[in-house]
Design a protein around this ligand. Structure first.
Ligand SMILES: Cc1ncc(COP(=O)(O)O)c(C=O)c1O
Length: 400
């Protein structure tokens, strides 16, 4: 180890710096902006007051007074930490209440919660398949699904995005596997389009395959009162594994699976990310319970989210932007070139609009974009101000 010119040098650090330099040269390094206020439609970001159009806080619950009160009350009563993993001494009555409340909201027999959606996908996929099995995955599935699949010893196949002909092809001749798992995002996180879950379930049933949906962007958004994609397509009880997260519409953190008692008991006994990692702090469990109660009592939140979504999406299209195949509050503004996407986001930020450029490897090289996400907490005025800024910068950059 040497310390020339004040820089700590080891073979590992040298190699990492070299890799970082390469990423920097390709403009692929994250430039993370910092919030100096709560996640809300109006926030202070990097010292500037902006309208936020890139959070997943779909229902505006992240800074909701009832969630804050619930988190404070839970901390007062139960302390800051849970003290253990769920199966040893880390299950408090709050965790049990949260799982009951979630099952009630989703109309299922049971539910199981995890530390995050990422931990849910990794652990659950890993415990369902092994070397005797096959996973068939949509090519645009979220990275947490991809990572979960990579951690298994199952054979893996990828079908073209939402292409049911290709899925059917991949399902042919799979009899030799003990289990075939067809896995899909409910709402695709970069494009905002919805998986054809009815067709997927139908094809899977025809071929004796098992279905798994990651509804991270559908829970609290799709279906009656935000009951998710299975409700949206009237598929309750027909999808084998129905997974979601509290980190988006519910404004907190934590992943989950809803379903039968037997499925949840199996996962409690088998999922390594559940068995081997500390449970939610009381504040989180308390706030998640409050979020579910609000969503159940206030259908107007989901309605407002969709009113805003339709208004903003139409506004962007009318201006002349390519919004791809989005069907949900996630609306991409596709510009193609990565540099242009960054310029669009940077110029919008200067005008007080916070959006995120999404570039390769998160999307194809020629599909760079700015991703917008409206919430139920935005006002019409917020959306009009944002649309005017998009139009101004779009013209400046000759994108429209
Ligand atoms: C489709 C999808 N699945 C899973 C996750 C992970 O969820 P969490 O943030 O709860 O870890 C995300 C979050 O980015 C997501 O977009």
């Amino acid at each position: 180890m040497s310390q020339e010119s004040g820089l700590q040098r080891t073979p590992l650090l040298d190699a990492l710096r070299e890799e970082l330099r390469g990423l920097d040269e390709q403009d692929l390094l994250w430039r993370v902006r910092t919030l100096q206020s709560p996640s809300a439609p109006h926030a202070k970001v990097d010292g500037k007051n902006v309208i936020v159009l890139c959070s997943n806080n779909y229902l505006g619950l992240a800074n909701h007074p009832k969630l804050k009160q619930a988190a404070i009350a839970a901390t007062r009563k139960y302390g800051a930490g849970s003290g253990s993993v769920r199966v040893i001494a880390g299950t408090m009555d709050l965790h049990v209440k949260l799982e009951k409340e979630l099952a009630t909201h989703r109309g299922t027999e049971s539910s199981i919660t995890f530390q995050s959606g990422y931990a849910t996908n990794l652990g659950t996929i890993m415990c369902l398949v092994d070397e005797r099995d096959l996973i068939i995955s949509d090519e645009l599935n979220h990275g947490s699904i991809i990572d979960g699949c990579r951690l298994t010893k199952a054979e893996r196949r990828v079908y073209k995005h939402k292409d049911m002909g290709d899925l059917e092809k991949q399902l042919q001749g799979t009899e030799r596997f003990r289990r075939v798992l067809v896995i899909t995002d409910g709402v695709f996180s970069m494009d905002g389009d919805i998986a054809p879950l009815k067709d997927i379930v139908h094809l899977a049933q025809e071929h004796g395959a098992v279905t798994y949906v990651d509804d991270a962007h559908g829970d609290g958004v799709l279906g009656e009162n935000g009951r998710g994609i299975t409700n949206h397509f009237h598929l309750e009880g027909k999808v084998d594994v129905d997974m979601g997260t509290f980190s988006k519409a519910f404004g907190c953190v934590g992943g989950y699976v809803v379903g039968s008692k037997d499925l949840c008991t199996y996962l409690q006994n088998k999922v390594r990310s559940y068995l081997l990692s500390g449970s939610h702090p009381p504040a989180i469990a308390g706030a998640c319970i409050a979020a579910l109660q609000i969503v159940q009592k206030q259908p107007s939140l989901v309605k407002k989210l969709w009113d805003n979504t339709r208004y903003f999406k139409k506004g962007l299209k009318d201006i002349g932007f390519d919004t791809g195949n989005s069907e949900t509050p996630i609306t991409p503004v596709i510009v193609g070139d990565a540099g242009k996407a960054r310029e669009l986001a940077d110029n919008l930020f200067k005008l007080g609009i916070f959006v995120l450029p999404i570039v390769f490897p998160m999307v194809a090289r020629d599909k760079a974009r700015v991703r917008t996400i409206v919430t139920s907490a935005h006002t019409r005025k917020d959306l009009d101000v944002a649309l005017a800024a998009f139009e101004k910068v779009g013209k400046q950059l000759a994108l429209i």
